[in-house]
Design a protein around this ligand. Structure first.
Ligand code: AMP
Length: 485
């Protein structure tokens, strides 16, 4: 942290909004990017997640757009001048909210459009005129095709989380969108990592960009304490309970690699007395926003999520992130642990490493450029053994044990797992089974709402077409698209 926002000579309306946000000094990305954007240069920014990059691009863009500010009710006086593209709905929503906060004392209008929501209210907003449009690529194309969004007066484009947009197959959509925009414009590209594909995207669409790297790219936030525990696949839930208890953690994100694993783990943890919600790409938009809200308000303690759903979410004070599964892509490790230790706060990142994860861990070592020491996790002997209560991915075992108990016993039994009270422990150790939960008997099914979500992470499109996990990068496909340009 260094210089103050007052050195920037921001317009009073913007300075007031910043002051209200409680920002005292600029973060490094803000200090470097804001003056460059104010000068009208293209930027290629590598910034760790949680570094304050939204303000780093929004504030100078708003400042430059103030000359267009007007109170007219005519839509023609409010054409889209800045377009901000993001890979996921949650991220689009979050960035749009920040922009609204920064612009609240100006007359500049902003809107956000993403899939999984009715197009009509979005259309009304677009037709009324907005200067700043935040969007996910798929839904934006829908609006362009429906002639709801006219982009011929766009002066500024931000490609945020660009690496992720490529990872989940948005390159063709991005290329189409960019083809609708005036050539004379300022383009800002932000990416957590600068892969060769990102460099190619930048060389195709940016003009003489200033490169800004606030921290070594691919580095994890230095404020995050990282541990890798060697844990058998069957012991992971037990290990999670152990660390939560040992570190007295109140809230955490728990990352898993698949939607199926996500739904099942959330279910099991809930049964074990932890207030848990799940966030994955098959949840409807409404369910996802509710899950996030429940976590933000402290109504739930654990947010079990997949990468696609959790990318870039800014939730303050997440004290810990668990990698219940080591991610398939090393870069996702950096993103996941970026959920904690945001904006200078300290955080904890715990990864459970099964013997079969050796290759994935060595990929993370290469990315972080440091050796990872696997640690052994000491289990408290006086605590109930979650392992005896069934494997997470084998709901039937849990269910089989569960059949005999009255449902009312369940919360007490599992809450006891986190209690030091001997009374509780003895209650728990009687191994009363919980009531039957048909969930674990059913094959996994996406929720109904998800079917109608055009933007439900292009990953879904990619994965269904290619028969691979949504979390695996479609590298060849991206490279092929660049070649065919
Ligand atoms: P971002 O990287 O844009 O998602 O921002 C991460 C978090 O940092 C958000 O909660 C911002 O409100 C917060 N933030 C951004 N800039 C500053 C600043 N200069 N000082 C303190 N917090 C900030």
């Amino acid at each position: 942290m260094t210089s103050s926002f007052s050195n920037l000579s921001l317009a009073p309306t913007l300075a007031r909004a910043v002051a209200e946000m409680g920002y005292e000094s600029m973060t490094p990305i803000q200090e470097q990017a804001i003056p460059v954007v104010l000068q009208g240069r293209d930027v290629m920014g590598a910034a760790q997640t949680g570094t304050g990059k939204t303000a780093a691009f929004s504030l100078p863009l708003l400042q430059r757009m103030l000359k267009h500010e007007n109170a007219s009710t005519s839509p023609a006086r409010h054409p889209v001048r800045a377009l901000v593209l993001l890979p996921t709905r949650e991220l689009a929503d979050q960035v749009a909210q920040s922009i609204k906060d920064y612009a609240k004392y100006t007359q500049l209008r902003s809107a956000v459009v993403f899939g999984g929501m009715d197009m009509k209210p979005q259309t009304l907003q677009l037709k009324a005129g907005v200067e700043i449009l935040v969007a996910t690529p798929g839904r934006l194309l829908d609006h362009i095709e429906a002639k709801n969004a006219v982009l011929n007066q766009v002066e500024y484009v931000v490609l945020d989380e660009a690496d992720r947009m490529l990872d989940i197959g948005f390159l063709p959509d991005l290329q189409r969108i960019l083809s609708y925009l005036p050539k004379e414009r300022i383009t800002l590209l932000f990416s957590a990592t600068f892969s060769s594909e990102i460099k190619r995207l930048a060389s195709s669409y940016l003009q003489d960009p200033v490169t800004i790297e606030v921290a070594q790219s691919n580095a994890a936030a230095s404020t995050v304490e990282q541990h890798f525990y060697s844990v058998g696949a069957d012991d992971k839930r037990h290990a999670l309970h152990q660390v939560l208890r040992q570190r007295k953690l109140k809230q955490a994100f728990v990352f898993v690699n698949s939607k199926l694993g996500c739904a099942r783990l959330a279910r099991s943890l809930e049964h074990e007395g932890l207030k848990t919600t799940a966030l994955h790409g098959d949840k409807s938009q409404d369910e996802r926003l509710k899950a996030l809200d429940a976590f933000k308000t402290g109504e739930v303690d654990l947010l079990v999520c997949t990468d696609v759903a959790a990318r870039g979410l800014d939730i303050k004070d997440v004290p810990a992130v668990f990698n219940f599964d080591v991610p398939f892509n090393a870069e996702d490790y950096v993103h996941r642990i970026g959920r904690t230790g945001r904006a200078g706060a300290s955080g904890l990142a715990v990864s459970f490493v099964a013997p079969s994860d050796a290759r994935l861990v060595s990929d993370i070592e290469k990315l972080l450029k440091r050796k990872i020491e696997l640690e052994a996790l000491e289990f408290d002997e006086d605590q109930p053994d979650i392992r005896r209560q069934g494997r997470i991915n084998d709901g039937r075992r849990m269910y089989a044990q569960a059949q005999e108990a009255p449902a009312a016993d369940r919360p007490g039994r599992f809450a006891a797992a986190h209690s030091a009270s001997g009374e509780r422990r003895s209650e728990s150790s009687r191994a009363k089974p919980a009531s039957r939960d048909p969930f674990f008997d059913q094959p996994y099914q996406a929720s109904a709402g998800a079917a109608a979500t055009p933007d439900s992470e292009a990953a879904a499109k990619v994965s269904s077409g290619r028969g691979i996990s949504a979390n695996i990068k479609p590298k060849r496909r991206v490279a092929a698209l660049f070649k065919s340009e």
